[in-house]
Design a protein around this ligand. Sequence first.
Ligand code: B12
Length: 217
Amino acid sequence: MSGELSNAIVELKRDEVAAAVKSRAEKGEDPIQILEECRRGMTIVGERFQKGDYFLAELMLSAEIFKAATAILEPSLARVRPSEPLGSVVLATMKGDIHDLGKNIVAIMLKAQGFEVHDLGVDVAPGLVVDKVRETAPDFVGFSALITTSFDSMKQAAEMLHEAGLRGQFKLMIGGGVTTPAVRDYVGADFQTTDATEGVAYCIDVMTGERRWSAKR
Ligand code: B12
């Protein structure tokens, strides 16, 4: 069973992916596990693109297939929704980067856990983040990065937030396929992950006062 869904993504079998995701979700399988299999398929699509076996058209088709899978899973991902907001998060994919599939999953999962999410979208100028932080005083700012050229805009935003005297008021987290602990340090972020579940757990831990993540770093 495992691997079949990833392969169907890699082979760009739109209907097969949708049918498998739907049937597994209906059987009550963990939606995060299903998404993780889809994400693995997307990584292989990326490798094929890098090797020149796939072109932009295939990359775009894979994104559509993944988006449809997320839409099928959204109701089960968003099932838990406490009434009291647990905290708030400003999310963005920064200037130079238009990838948003991962960011959108993080947004769905954060909302499901009771966080208020201000999603600024993609290709976001650093100044817009500063404005939104000033306006909403969030507990977290999260940047999603899939392309290395956005590292500098994430860093610039962090520096601008520092200069505006706002940086001490929230935790800065970064995520997305190309991020690493070294990128976290370059940007000046507090936390980095390539796993939405870990990112959400970090936010919950910080809000509930458990700082076990800082011990892990
Ligand atoms: C789909 C895709 C596209 C789609 C994006 C559609 C969309 N709406 O997002 C399209 C076709 C538009 C695209 C365009 C391009 N792409 Co592209 N793309 C991909 C691909 C195949 C999958 C990315 C993806 O969505 N993965 C699935 C998601 C769910 O995974 P994820 O983002 O990592 O998210 C998970 C976690 O990381 C985490 N997470 C994500 N963000 C955050 C944020 C926070 C705060 C937290 C806590 C967690 C978190 O949560 C998610 C779930 O666990 C990757 C390959 C790869 N290895 O990833 C290439 C890839 C990212 N693309 C690449 C490139 C080169 C491009 C283009 C430049 C191609 C071109 N020549 O035009 C353009 C870029 C344009 C731009 N300026 O951004 C390269 C980047 C190389 C690099 N090192 O910089 C990659 C790696 C492919 C490759 N191997 O060459 N792409």
